[in-house]
Design a protein around this ligand. Sequence first.
Ligand SMILES: Nc1ncnc2c1ncn2[C@@H]1O[C@H](COP(=O)(O)OP(=O)(O)OP(=O)(O)O)[C@@H](O)[C@H]1O
Length: 322
Amino acid sequence: MLSPATPHHPAIITDEPAIRIRDLAKEYAATGKSPAKRALQGVSFDVPRGQIFGLLGPNGAGKSTLINTLAGLVLKSSGTVEIWGHDIDTDRRNAKAAIGIVPQEIVFDPFFTPIEVLDIQAGLYGVPKHLRRSMDLLKAVHLADKARAYSRSLSGGMKRRLLIAKAMVHTPPVLVLDEPTAGVDVELRRQLWELVSELNAGGVTVVLTTHYLEEAEQLCDRIAIINHGQLITNKPTRELVGMAREKVVVLTLDRPLAQAPQHPAFLKAVLNDRQVEITYNKDRSNAGEVLGLVQAMGVNIIDVSTREADLEDVFVRLTAQS
Ligand SMILES: Nc1ncnc2c1ncn2[C@@H]1O[C@H](COP(=O)(O)OP(=O)(O)OP(=O)(O)O)[C@@H](O)[C@H]1O
């Protein structure tokens, strides 16, 4: 198991967050015909130590800008960022040592073997030879048997796991993954989730961005949503999912309805041949009332199924409001 506890980063119990972001703003300067772009505006939040923290938002919300600011690849316009208590402006070296970044793109020289990739990266981070643990890292990401294979011969999933090991060579207590499962198949996504959970169980604080709400719901202890460069929510996952006020009931009828049923508590009613799908506010109505209303329209109900709202419903509602 990979542990973040090193002489530099003792895993002491503390309320100090893993990452502290205050009033972060980034404006990309105008270039040619493109006007200046405010990608982040006054973003403040903490990532608690030991958690898996999800950063969600629609395309162009500012997620990559935020992650790249942590990685030192984007220069912020204003605000402060601390990683493991180290300010990225005044204590850059220690801030950098405290974080490992897994980029979206697969980036390493295909002619090196996985063990060489890790040894070279450890060298770049100035990890002394006797403290290097390339083989342990390969074991942790289940690639020990590929240690001396050409990287180009690895499958896409193996390459992604190697990228995670590469981000961990300097034993950072914080690991950031930018869309780790974008465009990967279901089986590989499951493997990557397991790996992230294993790293977290070993004490690593994980921050990940994702477009997959299901992924965030399953994996993350806490979720922040950004939209148009602003933080719109930051809550424990369970609380966020609990914010869902909608419930969906799908009725199969003996014949199609001529028009959609109407009620002040209905948010949506979709007719599809003999089926009607009704989304209602569960504080203002209930399944019995919905069924009664449809029956009163002169049809018989053959089948009923219901669905609780999930993170997707909350996400759509919150991003629409902002
Ligand atoms: N180098 C840049 N120069 C100018 N504008 C940029 C630059 N990088 C990003 N932007 C703009 O800043 C905004 C935020 O982009 P960012 O890539 O951070 O969003 P994102 O949430 O990561 O989106 P996605 O989910 O599509 O990756 C967008 O409007 C984008 O066009």
